[in-house]
Design a protein around this ligand. Sequence first.
Ligand code: BGC
Length: 764
Amino acid sequence: MSDRRTQTSRRAMLTGALGMAIIGGLMAAPRRAAAQVAADLDRVDALIARMTIEEKAGQLNVLADPFRFRPQNVNPLDGQGDPARMTQMIRDGQVGCLFNGVGADAGRRIQTIAVEETRLGIPLLFAADIIHGLKTVFPVPLAEAAAFDPDLAMRTARAAAVEGAASGIHQTYAPMVDVARDQRWGRVVEGAGEDIWLNEVLAVARVKGFQGDKGLADRDALLATPKHFAAYSAALGGMDYNTTDMSDATLRGTFLPPFKAAFDAGALSVMTAFNDINGVPASGNPYLLTQILREEWGFAGYVVTDYTADQELIAHGFAADGRDATRIALMAGVDASIVSGLFLEHIPSLVASGEVPMARVDQAVRRVLMTKAALGLFDDPYRGCDPERERVLVGSQAHRDLSREAAVKSIVLLKNDGDLLPLKPAGQKIALIGPFADDKDVFGPWTIWGDESRRISLADGFRGAMDDAGALTVVQGSDVEGPLSGGIDAAVRAAADADVVVLALGESSRMSGEAQSRTEIDIPAPQRALVEAVQATGKPVVVLLRNGRALDLTGPVGDAPAIAVTWFLGGEMGHAVADVVFGKISPSGRLPVSFPMRGGQQPFSYDHKATGRPADPTLATQEYTARYRDIANVARYPFGHGLTYGKVTYGAVALSGAELAWDGSVEVSVAVSNAGDRDVEETVQLYIHDRVASLTQPVRRLRNIQKLRVGAGETATARFTLDRSQLLFMGGDSRLTVEPGQFHVWASSSAQTGEPAVLTLVRG
Ligand code: BGC
């Protein structure tokens, strides 16, 4: 088996495509002239010719920054580095990149060691996990996906990049583009949810936002690193780090498209995944890292492992020891290793013994150095190391305003019986109750440098929005996962004394994110007890959910007349929630993940297959069909669902023709009426279903969206152009294909609504 791996890699090296691939790929990054890339290649190759094997190994070694203060450690080995030892390692050319240290001033000091005190003066690359903001914290990526708004995602990524780049960072380990179909998996919170198309579109938006449109050498650009390559989110049982196993059509049709879209948008690095897939760990997988990534896609950037993922080949039982792991990872196509130090330790002897050809090491070094060149580091190693610029740009008012805008647009109104929302800002007493009523846990699980002084709680937001802050009573009632002594009694008293109750419930940031998979995706029992007690007072109840995944709302929470999903909305959370709760802004968010009837349906996504015995969702007692004994296999709140303060209804879907010619197009339209007294923004969704195909197809697939403003009392029409390219699917031969025949087409408000029109694709 190891022979096969070696052969694949050698073949990749011998295709001779390397130089052209680098030029082609770097050209994809905006405004990079071929002559400039060719000049960089000459410069880099001249440097490689002068490097010792130890210096080459050093360039492929990525270590955590031990110099700069971090408020918290985000990984097991963090904070263990010794600055004096690291200084010496940099001087000795043993480090190519430092990550998760931020700050312009210290960045200049550290870069000076690399540039002035090493033999070759090669600048360091500074990387960081800038996931959804630096000092200004935007909504978690899953929340922002609920806005169904690529332009917004691009703008928040841009703002994050401006702050990161002004703090001396060159590369972000983002976006996460793992399609997430099992809500038990904790890292759903970091991505764009369950849908392939939405993941693709938002991957592109985020890459463009991070990298900007002026080229990677621009001082405001951050190199984007789509992760985790690949199929990390398909972990069996939703348990983080677990094995994945799937057909090639599923891998290529479901999990790879957002990566491909990100690379086509110009992303020039990629991070491997921790999991094994079909028996081969992703970080030692030549099929993924060489065949698909390089040979098929022509990716020209560099591949970095996830945190110690090369070393973990040993625990996977795929490598005998660190030396073996280094050889396997490198020969599979990994270019740089994070934290383990294995590449630094073992590459020299692996090359000396001939187990790893020098050409492969040179190739990896070339990719890393070409990235540094693309970032302009050879011309200006101190880019971004200007403390004055950092002071002005980081945490600016403009970024805070954007954070509030994004937060408002991310809120999803699931239910609003009797038009309980919006609440009036005056004239009624409000009891705000729950563990998230007045807390600061608004950033979510994946921020390191957020401005802790800027965390607006719900209570603060409510007080700011109400005419009389004295009409608000705030009671905690319960801890997140445990009861609070006297909490329920205090909550019941406050509820009894109020006209309306707002319950702030859900998950803490510690309950989602890396290594935070859950077996039950429900609201913890002590909070459910709180809801029951409060509901017994008979007061109208609004539930505001805080969550990093879709939740099972079985029981009293689901019975509340009004429910809104408010995720982790970032620093401006309280203001944004108040904007919606008090009706300053009508909610417009849509679910990027289906809220299931029960947690036991996981993995669940709206685009499942029909099966040979499809269940009729209206026949709850139907036997011998694809359903559970206790529930129909539908969502409680489906993907795409979200209410507004308008009264919106959809007309029938209309097609401009019943036939779609092979090279033609049809217009799909739907009239949307708003009988309410508020203007709204509808996210109209275009779905298709391929009725008969050579591989069974999902019951629905999202192909496009349109944001439609519908004034009060008005009707507006959403129009989509549909052509053959939107009907493609990944065939059994692992190629995109489309077959003539019948399709169902919907333009609807969610993945569980609408009556389809029938369209026939005709081969011309
Ligand atoms: C995570 C990555 C992250 C890396 C570096 C790992 O534990 O899986 O997403 O980029 O740490 O912090």
